[in-house]
Design a protein around this ligand. Structure first.
Ligand code: IPE
Ligand code: IPE
Ligand code: MG
Length: 236
């Protein structure tokens, strides 16, 4: 959609409804400052908090954040435990604000495989924000796109013919707007098993900014770049 078409239809000027971010570079941020990796992850959570607030004012319907991949279990146990601790604290401290501000929380990925206390916290947060109609904050937890597609294909097959449409209807993201823009921080140019299906026609922005340094101004910059793109979907 062009910027002008977006304003006519009442959406935000940039025209993006759904943005996803691969939040990468916490470790390198900490290393560059001779700090423990855990501090990088803490600062990463701060960046999430600030950005989640800003997403509403930028007119986004959905903001999807890659927080923990199904491959991140390969990391040392103490780092995984730091990340899970941060997740717990984030949900506990921010849930009231989500409830008050109309943010709907959604989780994609196999979050039920996380520890029982985290699953309980997440289920409570999901239930309490389910009726909200503001921005949907989607957190990808224990998420892997290939497993998601395999699960969706199996679910589609159990119901009838397998087509792109029937698979798509079974993806974790089925109730979200199509993915418009995918951002990755930290200079890596790969998808790392994130939203492979959904990214078929997403625009991509790769930035060298490390995740803890990523601000709403960086998101606005990416949205401005998105608004200048010519999305053709194979046509001309
Ligand atoms: C992103 O930062 C956070 C997670 C993957 C959980 P990293 O921890 O991957 O940071 P780098 O890539 O080592 O700098
Ligand atoms: C991708 O980052 C996963 C998240 C941001 C949660 P990684 O740091 O795990 O990706 P690779 O290992 O560099 O591909
Ligand atoms: Mg990384």
């Amino acid at each position: 959609m062009t910027a002008s078409a977006a304003s006519i239809s009442g959406g935000a000027d940039h025209g993006a409804r759904h943005v996803a971010i691969i939040m990468d570079g916490n470790g390198r941020w900490a290393k560059g400052r001779h700090l423990p990796r855990a501090v990088g992850h803490q600062r990463g959570v701060e960046a999430v908090r600030v950005l989640a607030r800003a997403a509403r004012s930028m007119g986004l319907e959905a903001l999807t954040l890659y927080a923990f991949s199904s491959e991140n279990w390969r990391r040392p146990a103490d780092e995984i435990s730091d990340l899970m601790g941060l997740l717990k604290r984030f949900i506990r401290s921010d849930i009231e604000e989500f409830v008050a501000n109309g943010v709907r929380l959604k989780i994609i990925g196999d979050y039920r495989a996380l520890s029982a206390d985290i699953v309980a916290l997440l289920d409570d947060a999901l239930a309490r924000t389910a009726g909200n109609r503001g921005t949907t904050l989607v957190i990808a937890l224990n998420y892997g796109s290939q497993a998601e597609i395999a699960r969706a294909a199996a679910a589609a097959a159990a119901k009838g013919p397998i087509t792109p449409e029937t698979i798509e209807a079974e993806l974790d993201t089925a109730d979200l707007p199509p993915l418009d823009l995918l951002i990755r921080t930290s200079g890596e140019v790969r998808l790392s098993n994130f939203l492979l299906w959904q990214a078929a026609y997403a625009e991509m922005v790769f930035t060298d900014v490390l995740w803890p340094d990523f601000t709403p101004a960086h998101l606005e910059e990416a949205l401005a770049a998105f608004a200048r793109r010519d999305r053709r979907y194979g046509g001309r």
